[in-house]
Write a protein that binds this ligand. Structure first.
Ligand code: SF4
Length: 742
């Protein structure tokens, strides 16, 4: 039987590696890195190999499920849509639009069909109750970037190919290959930096894999990043080290920042950080005195009570040390398609705003069109106008991934109707009335919509489907359009392609005006997200402008480059002021909301730090909870252990390998102890996304080693007030040994 070779971008994490996949007789026979890939040059991690496991997993859903008398039964797509049409419209009519909610998970960021069509379902529902995993992860970085640079995805990235000093805070790119930074083979790039005389410094409460590679590592108390960063900024002002470099003409608010951080001296914050004042000053001096340097911080600095402040101060440091938008510093990618910082008038825009509406129960403000995911349970539980009675979930498992998962699980059971789009019957979708299966990544075409905006190098890559879809399965964008049609009362029989044509014609008229007919003609033969991609590429910064720049990009050209690893669009280039979309046309270094929020850490500095706190951690073999069900990733040592420093273990009488009871407020779990000098004393680490022992889920391999659910321990009322992001790290706990059974 003939073996075929396919090239496919891996969708399993933000690194977006190019893979080479061999197929014979409809079966994947091998997966390796695509050596010619212009972006990842042959790199892959174990998760990429596990795409085969995911495709072949007997637990992966291939047909819709409808819950009948408490039991899921297989159904056809027609039956599933008919069931939704029977039950949904009467509920929307009776309770109103805001009685519905939508929650979407991070796999959707890797699927152009979900990402570009999810909004059509949300708009059809007309609800303000939009939730996503963004408020468990990166929303603080997006908000800080939006306030400073004018758009939510204008995130400054380390130019690792040219830097001489990379200061990494609360991130483990050696395990993640970047987060809000798409950087496959971070390890290779960091080693290359070290080989040319550069330096990697890591600040983290755990001696992570990245810290082990670093030239220097400093432990920091979880939640103290804001203090360290503010004290470094204060040092730059105090020691007259502020230099704005090439962006000097484009920065507002330098003096205001200097005044705002004046009280955060290294001496004032040293004890809170667990880092002495001399080291804090030295870090600031090194940053200022290195020609090509950059600060990068991620999930640890985002998922804490001052997440937006910490994310902001990272870029304040990059600006004040002269490293923003400078080769080897913190730069901006220029994406070939879909980037708002390449659209409209260059150098100026509307900026971002928050609080256009508020959560009904907590009053938390909307951010980037979303409410905090940690508000979801109370919005379902709390009676009154706007109480959520209907829920759509898309590629998400918040019962395991969101704080106070048990409370959310109980709330889901009280809904009148729940529809899930997912590839698994998991701990969340078990509560659904109808589950509509998503596609295996190998059945879908791929173009990354978001990650080229966060990439270490500019590129355009497209992957066609590797394997045929299951008979009768719609594409995911078609499923979302059908759901939107049911919501609008157009019925389950509505034709998704016709709906898409009508919507595209409307959009073309709105965006292209007199040219609309020409755009529709030029894209005929395409549909769905492929058609959107064609328009975005051709009108993007490298595009052919529909023939006006014949050498420019088209979808056909990007498709044709698949076998040679895509199109390289070069190293990062200076983009200020062209990429700015703030109303002033400047980098806003001192957004008033952020200056005002500094009052919280200033006051909290007097608060006694808890004896013992918990943080999460990243492992190269897991990213989403369903990865625990894939044999390639699940094998090997048990990974859901509570890492405890030997001094804490001795003090608390904890034994290596034994179970411990961990409590935080009224919530508690039990987890296996692993004693480790990786940990800072007083800090315990447990990975999240585990706890696969709940009845009704169908993740059979994961259930054999279920692990403990960190999120069952965390408080869903703890949030960063600006971004609405959950507080997942630095949470106070107590810990004691579980008595051994005789
Ligand atoms: S690092 Fe691994 S999971 Fe991430 S894109 Fe590359 S191969 Fe896939």
């Amino acid at each position: 039987m003939l073996e075929t070779i396919h090239h496919r971008i891996c969708p399993l994490c933000e690194a977006c590696c190019g893979l080479e996949i061999k197929v014979q007789g409809g079966k994947v026979t091998s997966i390796k890195g695509h050596a010619q890939d212009v972006f990842s040059a042959g790199y892959l991690c174990p998760k990429g190999v596990a795409l085969k496991d995911l495709h072949e997993d007997p637990d992966r859903l291939r047909t819709p499920l409808i819950k009948r008398n408490g039991t899921f039964v297989e159904a056809t797509w027609e039956e599933a849509f008919a069931e939704i049409e029977r039950r949904l419209p009467p509920l929307l009519a009776a309770h109103g639009r805001n009685a519905s909610a939508v929650v979407v998970g991070n796999p959707s960021a890797h699927k152009i069909g979900l990402l570009s069509y999810f909004g059509k379902l949300a708009r059809a529902l007309g609800t303000k109750n939009i939730f996503s995993s963004s408020t468990l992860d990166q929303m603080p970085k997006q908000l800080a970037s939006g306030l400073m640079f004018g758009h939510w995805l204008s995130v400054a990235l380390p130019d690792i190919a040219r830097t001489e000093l990379l200061l990494v805070i609360g991130a483990n790119p050696l395990a993640s290959n970047g987060s809000m930074w798409t950087v496959p083979d971070f390890k290779g790039k960091a080693k290359a930096m070290q080989a040319r005389g550069g330096k990697l410094i890591v600040i983290d409460p755990r001696r992570t894999e990245t810290a082990a590679l670093a030239d220097a590592h400093h432990f920091i108390r979880p939640g103290a990043d804001v203090y360290l960063l503010a004290a470094m900024v204060q040092t730059l002002f105090a020691e007259k080290l502020v230099r704005l470099g090439s962006v000097a003409a484009w920065v507002n608010g330098v003096e205001e920042v200097g005044l705002a951080v004046a009280a955060f001296t290294p001496e004032a914050v040293a004890a809170r950080c667990g880092i002495d004042a001399g080291t804090i000053r030295q870090l600031a001096r090194e940053l200022a005195n290195t020609q090509r340097a950059c600060v990068y911080a991620r999930i640890g600095s985002c998922t804490q009570e001052y997440g937006t402040l910490a994310s902001w101060l990272v870029d304040v440091l990059n600006v004040l040390s002269g490293h923003l938008d400078s080769p080897g510093g913190a730069m901006f990618a220029k994406s070939a398609a879909f980037a708002s910082n390449t659209a409209g008038k260059p150098g100026m825009g509307k900026g971002v705003s928050t609080g256009r509406h508020f959560a009904r129960v907590s009053g938390a403000p909307e951010v980037f069109g979303e409410l905090p995911i940690t508000c979801m349970a109370e919005e379902i539980e709390t009676a009154g106008p706007g109480q959520v009675r209907v829920l759509f979930t898309v590629a998400t498992n918040p019962v395991l991934s969101s704080p106070n998962g048990p409370r959310l699980a109980a709330a889901l059971d009280t809904l009148d109707f729940m529809v899930s789009m997912d590839i698994y019957l998991n701990e969340t979708t078990r509560h659904a009335d109808v589950i509509l299966p998503g596609l295996s990544p190998l059945e879908d075409f791929h173009y990354d919509l978001a990650f080229p905006q966060l990439s270490w190098r500019n590129h355009a890559r497209y992957s066609p489907p590797v394997l045929a879809r299951t008979d009768g399965a719609p594409e995911e964008w078609q499923t979302l359009l059908k759901l939107a049609a049911i919501v609008r009362g157009e019925g389950a029989q509505a034709d998704a392609n016709a709906l898409d044509d009508a919507q595209f014609a409307e959009d073309a008229q709105r965006l292209a005006g007199a040219q609309a007919a020409a755009v529709i003609r030029a894209t005929s033969g395409l549909k769905g997200p492929q058609r959107l991609l064609e328009v975005a590429l051709r009108t993007g910064p490298y595009g052919d402008m529909f023939g006006m720049k014949p050498e420019g990009l088209t979808l056909a050209k990007v498709m044709a480059s698949n076998s040679v690893g895509g199109i390289d669009l070069g190293e990062l280039q200076a983009r200020i002021p062209e990429m700015l979309r703030t109303p002033s046309g400047k980098v806003e270094l001192a957004p008033p909301a952020l200056l005002a929020d500094l009052a919280r850490p200033a006051t909290d500095l007097a608060r006694a730090a808890p004896d013992l706190v918990i943080i999460g951690r990243r492992d190269v073999r897991t990213n989403n909870s369903w990865m625990h069900n894939l044999p390639t990733l699940a094998k090997g040592p048990f990974r859901c252990t509570a890492l405890v420093h030997p001094d804490d273990a001795q003090r608390l009488k904890l034994q290596d390998g034994a179970m411990a009871h961990i409590a935080s407020g009224p919530r508690s779990i039990q987890a296996r102890v692993q004693i480790s000098t990786e940990m800072m004393p007083g800090v315990v680490s447990l990975p999240h996304g585990w706890g696969h022992d709940l009845p009704g889920a169908r993740l059979q391999l994961a259930a054999q080693r279920p692990g403990a659910n960190l999120n069952a321990l965390l408080d869903d009322q703890l949030r960063d007030p600006l971004s609405g992001n959950a507080v997942l790290g630095g949470v106070a706990i107590t810990m004691q040994a579980v008595a051994q059974e005789a």
